[in-house]
Design a protein around this ligand. Sequence first.
Ligand SMILES: NC(=O)c1ccc[n+]([C@@H]2O[C@H](COP(=O)([O-])OP(=O)(O)OC[C@H]3O[C@@H](n4cnc5c(N)ncnc54)[C@H](O)[C@@H]3O)[C@@H](O)[C@H]2O)c1
Ligand SMILES: N[C@H](CO)Cc1c[nH]c[nH+]1
Ligand SMILES: [Zn+2]
Length: 431
Amino acid sequence: MTVDVRELADLGPADRTAFFDRDAGIDAISDDVREIVDRVHEEGDVAVREFTSEFDDVELGNIEITDACERAYDDLEDDVREAIETAADNVREFHEAQLPEDWRREFGPGRELGRRFRPIERVGVYVPGGSAAYPSSAIMGVVPAVVAGVDHVAVVTPPADELNPVMLAAIHVAGADAVYSVGGAQAIAGLAYGTESITRVQKIVGPGNKWVTAAKAAVRGDVEIDFLAGPSEVVVVADETADSDLVAAELVAQAEHDPNASVVAVTDDADTADAVAAAVDEQTEAREREDVIRGALDNDASGVLLARSMSEAILFTEEYAPEHLSIIADDEESILERIDSAGSVFLGPNTPVAAGDYASGTNHVLPTNGGARVTGGLSVETFLRSTTVQRLSATGLADIGDTITALADAEGLEAHAESVRRRIEDSENDV
Ligand SMILES: NC(=O)c1ccc[n+]([C@@H]2O[C@H](COP(=O)([O-])OP(=O)(O)OC[C@H]3O[C@@H](n4cnc5c(N)ncnc54)[C@H](O)[C@@H]3O)[C@@H](O)[C@H]2O)c1
Ligand SMILES: N[C@H](CO)Cc1c[nH]c[nH+]1
Ligand SMILES: [Zn+2]
């Protein structure tokens, strides 16, 4: 299989739908996932065990495996332990910088308003682990929750006859309170509704494949979720100065996550487009997960695209709203200035997406399927709720009294107006 260069100007309506309304295979499985979710809701652990046997080929013993994480940490080799700790420290530092302060100030005489922030009490973090293990996702999901002050952070992660020790150790370092050996849609349903073994949570966060993502969509409404963080995506915007091998390496890297991943390079330079397509072919052949990569490259939402101008490439990217946006060009900042919709941005030739995937400190749990049009990735705010607070003095209330009563009367809500008039009258009588 070779990667073809396609001209943006030639894309028809069906191509545009494939790029801009991409669903990573999620829509087609939503009925099957609904059935899994409903069975776990009704039958608890029995259904969890049955689906785990069917989809993971594992007969579950204990569903809760919290103690195994600390043991795995103690047995870990020094270099891996150091890598986990460095990554966790960097992620912690970046997320601590996001902690908002409670505040109050006077907006008018005697009218004091403010906001305060408190953590959600119980959250569940999905840590993927089907076709690859994701210790990094344990750090990305759990550390911000701990920084926010969440009281109970539960992790669910797919089981295996031999659980990945690096994954377990990373969950321990990140600071989870409870860990359950369950994956896929059954894990999401377990967190959403609770089972005999799994404590029900108030919000579920974290990435996963199409089964996990479809399950998050199914339980949304009964439990809060962060956003849909499905199979990985990247768009690389490149000009004629970009090294085509590096552009190709970005596509191949994100493609190795999942055959449902979507990877795009878009450039205004025909030679660069040809060179990127050739480099993608060459690099794919050399990769261990060649089949997965080829699956992703074959997607209708993947490709190497030639634009007639950088403006056209930028418009395409804005409409695509990728999870990851890499810009490798002469003037990256001015291109970035014109793009609002992207989960996480990587500027310049020395900033691979893998830096954010693992260790720079930003979060790699990011919206896919165009979610970046309306939301950013996981952050400390994901785990906080805000409350507004106000205190009015007699002067403060008198100052806005007519405004309130006029609007309350206009809405026909006389008792609202009365609750204000009484106070104003009382304070006038006090004078
Ligand atoms: N968007 C993000 O922020 C982000 C971050 C990291 C990873 N990811 C994505 O996470 C995903 C990880 O995928 P994965 O598969 O390796 O692990 P996973 O943990 O997401 O999925 C594995 C689970 O899928 C379920 N499953 C598999 N086949 C099934 C079937 N036929 N029917 C029902 N359930 C089935 C199984 O129960 C299994 O436990 C990738 O798509 C990757 O791109 C996304
Ligand atoms: N690129 C993924 C987010 O889409 C995150 C990840 C984890 N490990 C490697 N990469
Ligand atoms: Zn990645």
